[in-house]
Design a binder for this molecule. Structure first.
Ligand code: ATP
Ligand code: MG
Length: 752
């Protein structure tokens, strides 16, 4: 099959891309081209007329990955990518539920709760029902509910082994009733509801099974049990499920990801005529040899692997650099120095990533970068859509879309402050509880007298007025109007440090605009316009896009689902900061894996969990394999974390990398340029661990920390270095003559 699409694929990749219509498992290591193969296969299926966009469903791991895939596809095929379903499990389930909200027993405009909103709802329930939050910490209930849903269980199906669990089940039931009453769903619910929809409605199931002839799943090793069951329901007898994954990169066991899915796949998706095809890709195209060897050696310490070894023909490349810093501040300062050097040399900052095991580590790094004026972006962390003022504005929007949303109601009923106090709200909640209604309904029913009642009435009128004046406006104008009319703009203008918040609100207007533009919605469509009153249970295969809902609802769903990854996309190139989890599937020229300390990475929580360290090791494997050319491993001997100083020993993961691949950098502060000098010339020190091999014969003649003698200045110690070859200079602290820079070519130093 001659097609430019297929140029530049190796034989195994080519085989995978052009497999006949049958299910297949592509088991392959990091950087071996899995994502590329998956994307190319879609383009090939479309290009050869074997599939229509309507017939393709692809699951990726993040919204960012989904967008990237769409962009690449648009470049690879002249066909429109509309009609394809590409997204995360949550995103796709949301889309399906919107299309079949009646059968799913949801209000048309159901809202999505993110984890914060969910916790707030749980806490509200605790107050209403007087639940003991010491015996039953709200977060425990949150986990309990998530686990039950992941297991596919409604409260009546959960078996309680003891009294404590019986209570939890009871609260789970209360929680469900509240969600149903308010028309809200949490993340786990999206999946479970969609799963139930498919399993209970043969017609809907049949429709999708007939439609999606090709189902493609990236990062398959991280699918959970329920996601796997969802896929099985969705895949009809003739569907080809194309799953790509790497068991060594499974890092979501704590969220229920199940590597066993990879083992079951062959059994579950084979048909008598069409056995599952299994293809392994072992050539890595991402990283240089030393980086890859480090990854291979590390992961070899894990038990229970499906087994594969990566190789590359890209050459060994640089050594893996290791830096031990006295403290977390020094670690950050070191990184800043190196980054500066690299950027000065012309490397784009966006090609450099700082990875950490735990989000709390980012603060010190951010601080150092900020002080040094290096632009950076943090993925994860406090996401744009989670900022308080943004959530307030979204709450107004949610109320406009569906006023029965108690969470949104409570968030803004008294924001900006309008004299509705806690006592009034308690009374209102009491009224709602006894009437079995939502807060909105209770507020409209009146029943609260006096000034508080009048204020409440004023709020009801405000929401109605907001709805009336924005329904016909395009989304971004509606958002701007709501920010003004609700009084939020005036409120923040009057606030001393409200400027930031105002800017974030402006950013929200901007986000709405971008959303409409990128979502291919008509930019002037009224925000409540395309509200479809009746969606047939079984839309015709060529019918309108099933995901269709009005711009406002779509935007709110987007805000709840958005993994906060847009913030890194706009503006000037910036250094990328993220947790290792968030780095999955990405690649960078240079990667720093920071905080390599026992207890931090591997994380101490993993020590008491079965195979916990193995999961941490897979995470480390993911971290290492993000690097194309250069990899730094750093750790701090002391670190402030959660308000406490910790004294650390270096992570076992450093010891698991063969020492021949490592180059230890001096613990002293070094200049960027010095760091950048080739290992053989500068800066290398033998590993500080006792018993480590002596420096090799070609090891540097000079190293930082070394004692030297100079004919004129006497004895001193090398404290810094820069340049290479004939430009090489060292800084020496002489006992008598003080600190001096010397050009090596002329200085004629001797070892002392
Ligand atoms: P991960 O496990 O980290 O998700 P992956 O297996 O999905 O990695 P890709 O991201 O698809 O790997 O590919 C890694 C890099 O190798 C990309 O830059 C990709 O463009 C490149 N690549 C893949 N296959 C080839 C090839 N045949 N020739 C040249 N470059 C390739
Ligand atoms: Mg990938």
């Amino acid at each position: 099959m001659a097609s430019p699409l297929l140029d530049n694929l190796n034989p195994e990749q080519l085989a995978a891309v052009t497999l006949p219509q049958a299910s297949a498992l592509i088991l392959a290591g990091a950087g071996s081209g899995k994502t590329r193969v998956l994307t190319t296969r879609i383009a090939w299926l479309l290009g050869t007329g074997q599939a229509r966009p309507m017939g393709i469903l692809a699951v990726t791991f993040t919204n960012k990955a989904a967008r990237e895939m769409l962009t690449r596809l648009s470049a690879m095929t002249p066909q429109s990518t509309r009609g394809m379903w590409i997204g995360t499990f949550h995103g796709l389930c949301n889309r399906m539920l919107r299309a079949h909200y009646r059968d799913a027993n949801l209000p048309q405009l159901f809202q999505i709760l993110d984890t914060q909103d969910q916790l707030a709802l749980i806490k509200r329930l605790y107050r209403t029902h007087g639940i003991d939050d010491e015996k039953f910490p709200p977060r425990d209930l949150q986990w309990f509910i998530a686990d039950a849903k992941e297991a596919g269980k409604r409260p009546n199906a959960v078996e309680a082994g003891n009294d404590h669990e019986r209570r939890l089940v009871e609260y789970y039931a209360l929680y469900e009733a509240a969600c149903q009453r308010e028309g809200v769903v949490d993340f786990a619910e999206l999946l479970l509801r969609s799963f139930e929809l498919l399993s209970n409605h043969a017609g809907i199931r049949g429709h999708y099974q007939a439609r999606f002839a090709h189902i493609l799943v990236d990062e398959f090793q991280d699918t959970s049990e329920l996601q796997y069951r969802w896929l099985r329901l969705l895949a009809g007898p003739d569907a080809a499920v194309f799953a790509v994954g790497d068991d060594d990169q499974s890092i979501y066991a704590f969220r229920g990801a199940n590597v066993a899915n990879m083992q079951h796949f062959e059994r579950d998706f084979a048909t008598p005529e069409r056995p599952v095809r299994l293809i392994k890709l072992e050539q890595n195209y991402r990283s240089h040899g030393n980086i890859l060897d480090a990854a291979n050696a590390l992961i070899a310490n894990n038990q229970a692997r499906l087994g594969k070894n990566l190789w590359t023909d890209a050459g060994k490349g640089d050594a893996v650099r290791v830096f031990s810093a006295p403290s977390d501040l020094d670690e950050a300062a070191f990184i800043v120095d190196v980054v500066r050097g690299l950027v000065d040399e012309g490397l784009a900052a966006s090609e450099i990533a700082l990875l950490y095991r735990s989000n709390a580590q980012s603060r010190v790094l951010e601080h150092a970068l900020f002080a040094a004026g290096i632009p950076y972006r943090v993925y994860g962390g406090l996401r744009f859509f989670e900022r308080a003022e943004v959530k307030h504005a979204l709450a107004y929007l949610r109320l406009v879309a569906s006023p029965d949303d108690d969470g949104a109601f409570l968030r803004v009923v008294n924001f900006p402050p309008r004299g509705i106090g806690a006592r009034t709200l308690e009374q209102l909640q009491e009224n709602a509880r006894s009437a079995g209604s939502t807060l909105w309904q209770a507020a409209r029913a009146g029943g609260i007298t006096g000034r508080a009642g009048a204020s409440l009435g004023g709020f009801v009128q405000l929401v109605e007025a907001l709805r009336a004046s924005t329904a016909a406006l395009p989304l971004s104008e509606a958002v701007a109007t709501i920010i003004e009319m609700s009084g939020m703009a005036a409120h923040f203008k009057a606030e001393k440090d409200g400027q930031d918040r105002l800017e974030n609100l402006e950013e929200l207007v901007h986000a709405a605009e971008t959303f409409v533009r990128e979502g291919d919605l008509a930019t002037d469509a009224p925000m409540l316009s395309t509200r479809v009153e009746a969606v047939p249970a079984e839309p015709p295969a060529d019918g309108p896009d099933e995901g269709a809902s009005d711009p406002l609802t779509a935007f709110l769903a987007h805000a709840a689902l958005e993994a906060g990854d847009t913030q890194a996309e706009e503006g000037r190139p910036a250094l990328q900061l993220m947790s290792v989890h968030a780095a999955k599937g990405l690649e960078f020229h240079t990667v720093f894996v920071t905080g390599l300390e026992e207890g931090l990475f591997p994380h101490e929580n993993s020590f008491n969990v079965d195979a916990g360290v193995d999961e941490e090791r897979r995470l480390m494997y993911v971290a290492i394999t993000r690097a194309r050319r250069r990899l730094y491993l750093t750790y701090a001997q002391s670190r402030m974390l959660h308000g406490q100083s910790r004294y650390n020993i270096q992570s076992r993961f450093i010891d698991e990398v063969p020492s021949g691949l490592l180059q230890w950098l001096s613990p002293q502060r070094m200049r960027a340029r010095a760091i950048d000098v080739d290992a053989a010339e500068w800066g290398a020190l033998p590993a500080p661990t006792p018993g480590s091999p002596k420096p090799t014969p070609q090891a540097p003649q000079w190293r930082i920390g070394q004692s030297v003698r100079h004919a004129k200045f006497g004895v001193g110690v090398i404290i810094d270095a820069e340049g290479r070859g004939s430009d090489a200079r060292v800084q020496v602290n002489f006992r008598d003559a003080g600190v001096k820079w010397l050009a090596l070519e002329y200085a004629k130093l001797e070892a002392a």
